[in-house]
Design a protein around this ligand. Sequence first.
Ligand code: FAD
Length: 370
Amino acid sequence: MKRVDVCVRGAGAVGSCLALALSRQGLAVALQAPARAAPARQDVRTYALNAASVALLRELKVWDALPADARCPVYDMHVEGDAAGSALDFSAWSQGVEALAWIVDAAELERTLASAVSFAPHVQAVADGAVDAALLAVAEGKASATRARLGVAMPVQRYGQRGVAARLQSDQPHAGVARQWFRSPDVLALLPFDRPLPGHGYGLVWSVPDARADELLALDDASFEQALADATGGAAGSLRLCSERAAWPLTLARAEPVFGKGWVLLGDAAHVVHPLAGQGLNLGLGDVRALARVVAEREPWRDLGDERLLQRYARQRAVPTLAMGQLTDGLLHLFASDAPVLRELRNRGLNLVNGLPPLKRLLASFALES
Ligand SMILES: Cc1cc2nc3c(=O)[nH]c(=O)nc-3n(C[C@H](O)[C@H](O)[C@H](O)COP(=O)(O)OP(=O)(O)OC[C@H]3O[C@@H](n4cnc5c(N)ncnc54)[C@H](O)[C@@H]3O)c2cc1C
């Protein structure tokens, strides 16, 4: 294969978006995926994507290619603490935005991206092996082998928790309301979705200690639905399970450094955060926007693998990545503790923030743009 400008290693959502974004600049891109069969199991997750991620997907002509029922706007968000009456509400209307987030089918997003990549003029799909390229962009996910080969450290903090995901159907309309319960040590999120029934679906992400995750996965469907009813108090109607359940171990990790001469890390290969704020992929797509911008604005004489160029990317991403890691970690510890003082503090905190519209606007804008 002849030399290309950029080799993107990893064809997940982050790697595929990067390949598309660079191809739009006329760069020759090799998109490298492992030569293996497609996974037997369908990804049951739904992703909450922020406005900046949706804008990127629109620009790449991917957003409008998604089936209409695979993306659902969130107009309101209701967060409950673990004391009666402690709650925080956000609404798109009061933030002055079209939607607080969009819930997207994870498997459908990857399918649509794969199709877009297959039509992209300057992208060629390649299997494993070395590729002659000016820049190697590593988007292999959290267990990246290339990152390890490059000798990059990525200390991992394990939460001893797993995120149990599934698809649900309610007997009541979701009305575009996302719901989240912070009940020590669990964090349960119901994300409004239009599958299997328009207006009545939810994506579930239930973060629980490992032992509880084992229990939830082992329950029969009826017992799992009863556990959900107990946890949500029926606030989202009667919930029926309509997919398999799957669970992901939850960690916090950040690679350092994220670039070197001729290589750069993006997405989960560079940082992993707890999904309680639904921001991991949003951060990864933020990486894509930053790297594509830095590449587009480079001096004509500067090589794509130039460390000075890649340092600009690393500088732009350092603060959002660190801030999101600290925010999710801080929230998790605040809400995981059973200490009465912390319990009192967090529940008062929710009510306090709820009564302060400027602070709520600040929090929402952070989540919308990370
Ligand atoms: C339960 C749960 C819920 C979540 N919810 C949200 C949410 O609501 N919103 C949000 O923004 N984020 C969410 N996330 C985070 C999101 O899933 C990740 O941040 C995102 O999938 C990372 O994408 P990626 O492309 O970087 O990595 P991955 O999706 O892991 O993709 C990496 C790709 O690289 C490939 N690969 C690996 N090794 C090689 C190799 N050697 N050569 C070539 N290819 C290779 C893999 O096969 C894979 O295709 C959630 C995560 C979990 C666990």
